[in-house]
Design a protein around this ligand. Sequence first.
Ligand code: IFM
Length: 686
Amino acid sequence: MNTKYASEWIYCVSEFLPDDLALNGNRFMLGNGYMGVRGTLEEHGENELAGVMLNGGYDQVPGRWREPVNAPNGLFTVVDGAGEIVRHEQRLDLRRGRMARETEYENVTVESERFVSMANVHLMGLKYSSTRSAKTSIDSKVWNINGSHFHILETSLDEVVVKTQEQGIIIAVCSEIEPIDETSFYKYISIYTSLDCDDPVAAARENSRAAKEAGWEKVGAEHDAVWEKIWARCDVKIEGDDEAQFALRYSLYQLQLTAPRHSDRLSIPARGLSGQVYKGAVFWDTEMFMTPFFALTDPAVARNLILYRCHTLDGARRKATEYGFRGAFYAWESQETGDDFCTHFNVTDLFTDRPMRTYFRDKQIHVGADVVYAIWTYYEQTGDFSVFTDGAAEAVAECARFFHSYAYYKEDKVRYELLDVVGPDEYHERVHNNAFTNRMVKFALETAVQVLELLRERDPEFFHTLDRQFGFSEEVGSWKKMAAELYIPSPNEKGIIEQFDGYLKLEDTTPEELKTRVIKPTEYWGGGHGLATTTQVLKQADVVLMLNLFRSDYSAEVIKANWEYYEPRTEHGSSLSACAYAMVAANLGKPDWAYTYFMKTATVDLTGKSKLYLGPLYIGGTHPAANGGAWLSAVFGFAGLQINAAGITATPNLPSHWKSLKFGIEWQGKAYQIHVKPDTVRVYEA
Ligand code: IFM
């Protein structure tokens, strides 16, 4: 085993394995929400998947997918004639967000340390030393999945300016070197784009100059100080399980480095800032698995994530219109405008090499309800009413309007139904009455009614202005009716809630058995003729996720029956799945069932054990939703945290070998510490 936790805060790899390059690029990520820097070595370039991903900057090469921009790499430094690697150690310090490496080549030894400043989001710092002199520059020949995005405008050793193809975004990377001795130096690298300011070149130059003037110690200390504050808010301490402790901390680290603290126009892409997989797009992952974490640990970040959806509401309106509906239909794959960049043919058939029609974009309507869920939980937990007047009330109401226009009213059954949808389980497309979707939509409609009432009561002037513009109040009655009469599948005589109409009549088998039928290892199990399509095998938590969110609607017997029914049928082909099973099991008083799923979600970016291909498409990278899921599983699962009008309570369900679990939350503007042991709970103001 060449990887280890060198201490409770340090992750360390002590061997250089070329096969692990992609994985280590993810594992050793640094970032600050503005940019994500892959943990490749300074001498690495496009072949080793070096990456400086810019959050929110997208570009399209004609005829290819739109993807986030990988900026010129200012860390690039090589020593000619170094030879083969003899010894290598690479360390990531989670507490301070710094990566260090020491590599002995046949002819030279290289040491470096780097950070991506949390205090100054445009800045990276590199300290480099070698036993022979090195050449440092800015590498503009970068790794891209869908073609080269740059026209190079200027290039020199310390300044590269490029322009993107589609929108002509100017990206300026400038650096200043401070020599330490003949073979060692500090390098201050700055990135600005024309999305940030009018003159990115001048801004990047000035930023590097000022950093050099301040010096390594000072800019480093400012960066460390922000990380210290971050950890003070979100750290979780597990007593009795060092492996789980490290994995959970590491998950929080990965999540934090993606968080946009500096802007309310950005969110967190499904693969974080680790690359261009999934087009760098924002999915429901953010609202369901990340925003709840930030809402309770760093509400300002959660607010930014919510405002991103408010700023992109027009894109969602355009999508609703495109499909012939009213209101807002949020994108399945959202970039900077909120338009949907998910393609109609999202997977290539491995047997025919032809694009397969998938319906994620058209039918995964639950995404709007997930946005509403995040907004409402944020409001409930923070009490921040201003989010509604800053755009969230309009977003919530437009989602309700969309759902009403999407639904069918069945006269004979005297109920509303949601037909032709895709639920979280993407292996079964175009199904009717997916339990998760229907329940979430009911929640969204009820929330919309509640939000408008709240607005009318607390800010009548704003309410009337909004209403004059959009006429929501005329529709509130129809939303109430639909919420009351929307069909929610009930448990059958065995307590099982059918995932969608007809699910229980499908062939009953397991993922293990399906694997024996596979012809090509990475063939896609869903779509029109995938292996799972005609069976009850589901890709990811669906009914179980619904039960986790609406626990109080169901008895413990029903929840248990469904966990036991769906668990052996779930492939966990999505990293979003494990945490739902962990949370529900823990709340059933089965923490040892939950533990396996907790560790699966908490270690996904350490082990790299996640699905790497969707058909022939590479989908690797980091997994911020699973990282968020690790926190949710610990806090809402093992600690059994419940927050409602009555206050904060916890009902511990700790794994048998855990002695205690301690964490902080911020609720209604006050900080609390919660310390649970198997038989005791302490909640106190911090
Ligand atoms: O949003 C998920 C989806 O639920 C399953 N496929 C991957 C997406 C991005 O993580």
